[in-house]
Design a protein around this ligand. Structure first.
Ligand code: ADP
Ligand code: MG
Length: 447
């Protein structure tokens, strides 16, 4: 079982589960094992010959559709039975031997071609990060080093990192590019430190890279035992003019428990944040994602979806995929009705429920302030008060983690959000505050 097949299959399962009866799912789908991806084809293994035939007859279109949603680069699905496995594996071996001379680099580069600059939609919320990422890809190591990109979940940080990787591979094919999660980075380091010759194989590996990208660097928080080694690795790369790129869900100054020197190092280069996209950008993203899958979806359906999921592009994309899958199954065009049906599965987004955006818009209207100011950094009183009210109403009406709210409000720390909420709560005896809160709520529900 190869990893790629396993990964794809694991992401397909939830899609299939929602489309089938529990019985069919348990009997026919759950018993399938992902075998491998070969020549762009996903090969799945049914437990028996009977299983293979049944799946081929009944579920193949559904499985194909789910596969396309998960990885649009895969072209087809083949179902084999367990008995055929050996025969199949032998063929694979001869095939691999033939291919061997082509494989040159020892380290797989780990860059997903799906995530490139061409299919990343640029809007006000991310233009700075995109510009910096493009500059880095053009001239790695020359400007903006390190590049530090931060923003909330599902806003495209990982996508941008892969885009840098892809662009560098095209324009500077000889540079060695490495993209790792911070977990993998730290795990490898720990493993090497445990061996004799402490850390040298780790350093050799990372030192030979021209562009090192570490995703979700906030997870090194608290890993003080390895801080020294991490610091030196980054320093060596930096001193040798190698490009470093980091992403994080918060700015360097808000990552708790890290080596101060490391924090300073992160801030040395260029720091760019990604904000949740506005409605217009969300619609453009949905349109792009639909186009990639060769789907033409009407404007009213796109805006219906974009209006309902506002702060996480990944979720919005999940909804789009669901709509496409439903439309394929029903053999109809994607419609608002279908989108509404797909939306039902998003438990937290019940119909008629208000969203963060509703509350933000309402606050702007009630106080006559601009959205950028409300979510931005200005600390004048005419902004701070509405901001606190807005945060209070969000915490009261929606069950969102404080860190998420912090991200929506320009990457503020969750303690800041807690402070704002408590501040309003303390003053709820004042008539003015009560009125403000009620006005915002009423306006949000009116929408
Ligand atoms: P993060 O790493 O910030 O959590 P990802 O990079 O994994 O987010 O993005 C989640 C999904 O949203 C990906 O499928 C990505 O392609 C998509 N996405 C986010 N922002 C954009 C954008 N501006 N244009 C196109 N796709 C986007
Ligand atoms: Mg990510």
């Amino acid at each position: 079982m190869t990893n790629e097949a396993k990964q794809v299959w694991e992401q397909m399962l939830p899609l299939l589960e929602t489309e089938l009866s529990i019985l069919s799912y348990d009997v026919w789908i759950k018993t399938i094992e992902p075998f491998e991806v070969r020549d762009g084809k996903l090969i799945l293994m049914a437990a028996t010959e009977w299983g293979k035939n049944t799946v081929n007859e009944r579920y193949l279109p559904l499985i194909k559709a789910a596969m396309k949603r998960v990885n649009s680069l895969l072209t087809d699905v083949d179902i084999i039975s367990k008995d055929e496995k050996e025969k199949f594996a032998e063929q694979a071996e001869t095939y691999e031997i033939k291919e061997e001379p082509i494989v040159t680099t020892a380290e797989p580069m780990n860059i997903n071609p799906k995530y490139n600059f061409e299919n990343f939609v640029v809007g006000k919320s991310n233009q700075l990060a995109v510009a910096a990422a493009r500059a880095v890809a053009e001239e790695p190591g020359m400007r903006y080093n390190p590049l530090f990109i931060y923003g909330g979940a599902g806003l495209g940080k990982t996508h941008l990192m892969h885009a840098i990787g892809n662009a560098v591979r095209t324009s500077h094919p000889r540079l060695k590019v490495l993209l790792v999660s911070s977990e993998k980075f730290v795990n490898e380091l720990v493993k090497c430190l445990g061996q004799r010759g402490s850390g040298s194989s780790f350093r050799d590996k990372y030192r030979s890279v021209n562009l090192l990208m570490v995703d979700d660097i906030q997870f090194i928080s608290g890993k003080m035992a390895t801080a020294e080694e991490i610091f030196h690795t980054f320093n060596e790369l930096y001193d040798a003019n190698k490009q470093l790129v980091f992403t994080s869900d918060r700015p360097p100054k808000n990552i708790p428990d890290i080596d101060e020197r490391l924090r300073t190092r992160f801030e040395w280069g260029f720091t760019a944040d990604i904000q949740p996209p506005d409605l217009e950008t969300r619609i453009a993203i949905l349109r792009k994602k639909a186009q990639i899958q060769k789907y033409n979806i009407s404007m009213d359906v796109l805006s219906f979806m974009a209006e309902r999921i506002s702060s996480n592009v990944r979720e919005m994309e999940g909804l789009l995929n669901k709509v496409i899958l439903l439309s394929q199954l029903n053999e109809t065009m994607p419609s608002v009705e279908l989108a509404a049906e797909a939306l039902k599965d998003y438990s937290q987004k019940e119909e008629g429920e208000i969203t963060v955006d509703d509350i933000i818009d309402a606050t702007c209207k009630v106080f006559g302030v601009r959205r950028e100011d409300l979510l931005g950094k200005r600390k004048t009183r005419d902004i701070v008060e509405p901001r606190q009210i807005c945060i209070y109403v969000i915490t009261e009406l929606l069950e969102l983690p404080l860190t998420t709210i912090g991200n929506i409000f320009g990457g503020r720390d969750h303690t800041t959000i807690m402070y704002a909420r408590n501040k309003v709560e303390e003053n709820l005896s004042q008539q003015k505050i009560i009125d403000d809160v009620n006005n915002v709520k009423n306006m949000a529900y009116k929408k």
